[in-house]
Design a protein around this ligand. Sequence first.
Ligand code: B16
Ligand code: MG
Length: 231
Amino acid sequence: MVSMVGRRDPALGAVFDLDGVLVDTARFHFAAWQKIAAEHGFSLGDEVAESVKGVSRDEALAIVMRSGSIRLSAEEAARAASRKNDLYLETVKDLNENALLPGAAAALRLLHSRGIPVALASASKNARPILQSTGIAGYFSAIIDGTVVSRAKPDPEIFLAAAAALDLEPGECVVFEDAVAGIEGARIAGCRVVGIGDATVLVDADSVAESLADVDWGAEFGHADVVKEIR
Ligand code: B16
Ligand code: MG
């Protein structure tokens, strides 16, 4: 049996969220939801942005419609979800490596050079084309996305599947997440979590960095010299 590493021991694998961690697409998801809200006659306040991060398309639609006190039939909901996806895909159709967030490319290169296996754990059903268009698909040993899992974050399913795909225990993996729902799911799975974003929002993460460029890689993976390399 593989033993679990303690919270301070070096992790053996890395699990990345996509939108808002590796790629600057969270704002495009939200802009599409704002258009959907406008088309339903209400304006979607910025305070909703955090709660639609990391959750599935259907769950995000439910959150958006709740905030506008709108009830949709199953048919209307399916149409609105599909329209949101069309709007989102229109904004990401010309995505390239310039959409990678600070530190993302350097982190993936570094982990690869150290032989640390990397998995994706993204709720998005559009994850694969986005990994391709931004040129980072080749770094992933496993891709667990919205086409693979049936339960949305904060359910731990996606993180358990990512760890299993790397042939590691959840406690041997460190997850990088920008969403409150994702941090909750990763913690329930038993992974260590680095929140990417605002420390006043991501209060349940084990540690928080503004971006992947600010992560203490040496502390997470146990190589004293890695911090120097990533800067
Ligand atoms: P799609 P992540 C998530 O991706 C987004 O954060 C979330 O806003 C979106 O609703 C979800 O993917 C589903 O995306 O509509 O493309 O299937 O952050 O888990 O990488
Ligand atoms: Mg995210």
